[in-house]
Design a protein around this ligand. Structure first.
Ligand code: NAD
Length: 488
């Protein structure tokens, strides 16, 4: 059975395919084996790329927008019909609370397909009536074609959300895709293959290859000579490797990479709302969202109130069984990731941090202690020179640092190689706009965090990425316009 989620297979040319070997997917909740995953070797990856090319050339690439929109809407219905299966698959892979998987991950997957069906339906063509000084006249118009056969490589933190954020616009624009989900979260991409097939996606339009990055499916895919572009979400260093992989053939990339996001809290902020918003921004998904806040700059008069309030928020988080309604916080994704986050807990103490809350590994009892659990943690007493304040930890951690002036706050927030997102907390309207606009980031929030309109541009500057996706910005990446100029 292709969608038995204890045996996870590749999906190539419309069929589920075994790999020559399998690897074990381990549950981060308790360390048990969750599934055997069929590894795609270079031969399977090559078959997937060839299948995508055939699908593109044998009709899919020339479908009309209404035909593709109809498919996207059937896929939306298919995800909704199997909503709880997707939730269960996401929970099994990540250990995140089912309530979160419902609301954030699977809910957004539905919206991603719906939104891009709407966006592509309302997209017009550029056309210009040209008149040159010598009297010649011409009509210019651009025809949008699919970019082609695309590699979609995604991480483990919001597996289905981030995958569908790319698959939906790619298919809306008539591309054929090969997706490489993270080795940590193979399930939902595989379940989506079944939904795609049931919705009538032609064979080869949506392919899934499983495996790791270097010397594995990720590298085989991104170095394949017959892909037309790569859209990638993950670590900045992986983005750099993929850029080198496609450089010899000069293929376009869209990169959504890491972050070291700042929040700036002014003394005039609504403190209760700020603490609630900051709490969500630091601890949602156990801090494993690229947009999560890991640096909090607080104006000195309210420093103690914010630090105490946020520590109280952290203490109220409930770690435990993801299926319990009361659970707010899951484990980290893996033991390897916990070892990395733990090393930053040690580094913070070595750098002289005052640990306001957390700082270690919790004891959750015999049933859960084999999992990758970590305590939500807040530090004071550090400044921008500490490694934990400069490097992305990607866990439920943040450093709280005081400032005095608005100018200083902007300088501290922008003192980073990353540039994904920021949040400003203030009741002063002009200051909110002024500071938000000075942030060197792709997304700048005022008095909120992670409030998204999917038509708006999403992406980062510096180490946080290249390009923007969202609404027409996605369509710009996923299409290749041909301009036609007709002399009149
Ligand atoms: P990662 O870069 O380790 O892996 C991401 C994907 O790339 C996985 O599928 C992996 O197998 C693959 N990969 C790894 N090495 C590769 C290689 N050499 N060639 C081809 N593919 C390769 O990232 P991760 O640990 O899975 O995810 C966490 C990171 O993702 C964090 O840095 C986080 O900030 C970032 N992220 C960014 C955004 C955003 O929108 N900017 C969103 C979510 C996560």
């Amino acid at each position: 059975m292709g969608t038995d989620l204890h045996q996870i297979r590749n999906f190539v040319d419309g069929a589920f395919v075994d790999g020559p070997t399998t690897f074990e997917k381990v549950s981060p909740v308790d360390g048990s084996v969750a599934a055997d995953v069929h590894l795609a070797d270079s031969f399977i990856v090559d078959r997937a790329v060839q299948a995508a090319r055939r699908a593109l050339n044998s009709g899919w690439g020339a479908t009309t927008v209404p035909e593709r929109v109809a498919l996207l809407r059937r896929v939306t219905d298919g995800i909704e019909a199997r909503f709880e299966d997707f939730v269960e698959a996401e929970v099994r892979d990540t250990g995140k609370p089912a309530t979160l998987a419902r609301q954030l991950d699977v809910g957004r997957a539905v919206v991603n397909f719906r939104q891009f069906a709407d966006t592509v339906s309302s997209e017009g063509l550029d056309s210009f009536l040209t008149e040159l000084p010598d009297g010649r006249k011409a009509l210019n118009y651009a025809v949008a074609k699919p970019l082609g056969v695309l590699a979609i490589v995604v991480p483990w933190n919001l597996p289905l959300l981030l995958l569908t954020w790319k698959v939906a616009p790619a298919l809306a624009c008539g591309n054929a895709v090969i997706v490489k989900p993270s080795e940590e979260t193979p399930s939902t991409a595989t379940l989506l293959a079944k939904v795609m097939a049931d919705a009538g996606a032609p064979a080869g339009v949506y392919n899934v290859v499983h495996g790791f990055g270097a010397s594995s499916a990720g590298e085989f895919l991104t170095t394949h000579p017959d892909i037309d572009g790569v859209t990638f979400t993950g670590e900045s260093s992986t983005g750099s490797t993929i850029m080198r992989a496609v450089a010899p053939r000069v293929r376009p990339v869209s990169f959504e990479l890491g972050g070291k996001n700042a929040a700036v809290v002014f003394a005039d902020a609504d403190l209760d709302a700020t603490i609630e918003g900051l709490g969500r921004s630091v601890f949602t998904n156990t801090g494993q969202v690229c947009l999560c806040t890991e640096r909090i700059y607080v104006q000195r008069p309210v420093f103690d109130s914010i630090a105490e309030g946020l520590a109280g928020f952290a203490k109220n988080l409930v770690l435990g069984d993801p299926h319990q309604e009361s659970t707010t916080t899951g484990p980290l994704i893996s033991q390897a990731h916990r070892a990395k986050v733990s090393s930053y807990l040690d580094l913070a103490v070595e750098a002289g941090a005052e640990v306001l809350v957390g700082g270690g590994i919790p004891d959750l009892g015999a049933n859960l202690n084999g999992g990758a659990w970590i305590e939500p943690t807040l530090w004071a007493g550090l400044d921008n020179t500490a490694r934990v304040v400069r490097e992305e930890v990607f866990g439920p951690v943040a450093a709280i640092v005081p400032f005095d002036s608005e100018e200083e706050a902007v300088r501290l927030a922008n003192d980073t190689d990353y540039g994904l997102a920021s949040a400003v907390w203030t009741t002063n309207l002009q200051r909110g706009h002024r500071v938000a606009q000075q942030m060197r980031v792709g997304m700048s929030w005022v008095n909120t965090w992670y409030l998204r309109d999917l038509r708006s541009p999403f992406g980062g500057v510096g180490l946080s990425g290249i390009g923007r996706e969202g609404g027409r910005h996605s369509l710009a990446f996923y299409t290749e316009p041909t301009n036609v100029c007709v002399q009149l």
